[in-house]
Design a protein. Structure first.
Length: 165
């Protein structure tokens, strides 16, 4: 597993802890890192797409930015009393993926007040719903242009930085 993947798991866990407990938000997050260490992070909710098109777009940007690893996270609601923040880190060159989960506690006003430590587990990449973003996809020229334009539109909302090893 690439060192960027290990570091990304730690970073996403810290990110979720800060945004959930510090701001009360539980966004769906996508982040990726290329071989130069350029990291991009954005909220999936901003895409406002159907799931199939969302997956195509994410596959497109993973390919276009030559991502060596990516992570996707979300709030998982089992019931009102049992909620989790979960994310998975998928490495381009590994058949295993890192899945992390932490239980979220809310107060009577439904505000987040606690988050357990993230438990990390290795699972087969193929078992993750979005573990296929490295698979080749065929897009029409028009769809590629649409996705390129969307990426350009999103740039002001994308956190871009260089990740240190």
């Amino acid at each position: 597993m690439h060192l960027f993947s290990e570091n990304l798991a730690v970073e996403v866990a810290n990110y979720y802890r800060n945004i959930v407990l510090g701001h009360g938000a539980t966004p769906k997050v996508f982040t990726m890192v290329n071989s130069d260490g350029d990291q991009y992070l954005f909220f999936i909710d901003d895409l406002q797409m159907e799931r199939v098109e969302e997956d195509q777009f994410l596959s497109y940007i993973v390919r276009e930015h030559d991502a060596v690893t990516y992570a996707r996270g979300t709030l998982v609601i089992v019931d009102k009393a049992q909620q989790f923040i979960e994310f998975a880190v998928v490495d381009k060159d590994d058949s295993q993926a890192i899945v992390c989960s932490a239980e979220l506690t809310r107060n009577v006003e439904d505000k987040p007040i606690g988050l357990t430590e993230f438990e990390k587990t290795l699972v087969k990449r193929d078992s993750i719903v979005f573990g296929h973003l490295y698979d080749p996809i065929v897009l029409s020229d028009e769809k590629q242009e649409d996705f390129e334009g969307l990426w350009d539109e999103m740039k002001p909302k994308i956190l871009h930085r260089t990740m240190a090893i």
